[in-house]
Write a protein that binds this ligand. Structure first.
Ligand code: SF4
Ligand code: SF4
Length: 149
């Protein structure tokens, strides 16, 4: 972990994080907000875009793209995008593991740029991830991607 904190500023026109492998996990609040934003009944939004397992809820994936909401390198639900999208790159698995932070900076050109984010504030943001997705982080040291259980 850098001694002083983390630098990050999202780069306009980039959507690399949306295009990575892995799932977009959502909270009940994310579903509610996105459905309202799109003017859909919650049930219709769920049926079209959401996949639930025993302990996790995530977005379904379209056959030829990384996310249903990615269009022309932009998020079409940007004002209400899911917690994990909003908090990237301040995820526990990145903030708490320097090697993973460095690895992610390989695809995120905003990491290492811009204002300095103090460690305390980065850790606080990472805690929001843990709070939003308790099933994903219930095992100490576990990363974002967990088995589908
Ligand atoms: S919901 Fe939006 S920000 Fe999140 S992965 Fe999809 S397009 Fe990207
Ligand atoms: S990869 Fe980084 S710079 Fe690109 S859109 Fe995501 S957060 Fe912003």
């Amino acid at each position: 972990m850098p001694v002083e904190g983390f630098r990050f500023q999202c780069v306009p026109g980039c959507s690399n994080c949306c295009e990575q492998k892995g799932n977009v996990y959502v909270t009940e609040g994310d579903i509610e907000r996105a459905a309202r934003f799109l003017g859909l009944p919650r049930e219709a939004f769920e049926a079209r875009y959401v996949y639930r397992t025993r302990h996790q809820i995530r977005l379904r994936k379209p056959p030829k793209s990384a996310c249903f909401f990615l269009a022309d390198k932009r998020c079409t639900i940007h004002p209400v995008k899911p917690v994990q999208c909003r908090l990237f790159p301040f995820w526990p698995e990145l903030v708490e593991h320097p090697a993973q932070w460095t690895a992610a900076s390989g695809y995120c050109p905003g990491m290492g740029q811009g204002e300095l984010v103090q460690i305390g504030s980065a850790v606080e943001t990472a805690h929001q991830m843990r709070a939003a997705y308790p099933a994903l982080y219930r095992q100490p040291g576990s990363g974002k991607i967990s088995p589908e259980d």
